[in-house]
Design a protein around this ligand. Sequence first.
Ligand code: 3PY
Ligand code: MG
Length: 237
Amino acid sequence: MTTTFVSRLRASEAGDLPLRGLWLTCLTPYAVELADLGAVDWLGVDLQHGDVDAGDLAPLLRASPVPVLARLAGHDPSHVARVLDTGVEGIIVPAVESADQAAALVAASNPPPVGTRSTGVSRAGAFGKPQPLLLPMVETALGLDALEEIAAVAGVDGIFVGPYDLSLSLGASSVVEPVVVKAIETVVATAHRHGLLAGVFAGNADLAARLPAVELVAVDTDLAALRAGIRQLFGQP
Ligand code: 3PY
Ligand code: MG
């Protein structure tokens, strides 16, 4: 892990602010190029929800002035490889619930001898980082139960929390219920104890104010930013 982005992430463990990302669900490369992303540290391109597909990644990467992480649609090894082939800085993988799943993701992300990822002509070959980050998401009760084992899998770089799915899975009515905030604290403390990065999707100012120190925070979505900007422009409360 030798990229500037990763060095900045590591440095942020020493007490700097987290690197703050915008979660991209619908913006086109044209909009990314022209939006003012001066205060944004990274883009999290969401391939699970929203309107963006793996085929949109290469143009988004060309347009983005900041590092791009992709949140995958699932665990399928061919999807993992195809996304990594675009040259993203890392992948955030939804709902990882066991060490076996985490190990399968390590295998899907790495060529032999570490894994089974095929090699071929790809954008990553020309522009990608040698070792993109692998960030499994813990966002279910099962994932919480398997947290120690997931964090201990060699090749996992960090754990990313999805508070919204986590709150549903824990039967909480909101992401700021104490049971959810406590679970987030546990995930972050466990990741750090294993020497891993920790990240959280916030999407809510009250939750952001309650978060423990982490390296990566996805502040909110592009859609939330658009809605807020349009409301503000038109003076809508
Ligand atoms: C969650 O909170 O469940 C997420 O996946 C964030 O996008
Ligand atoms: Mg989720």
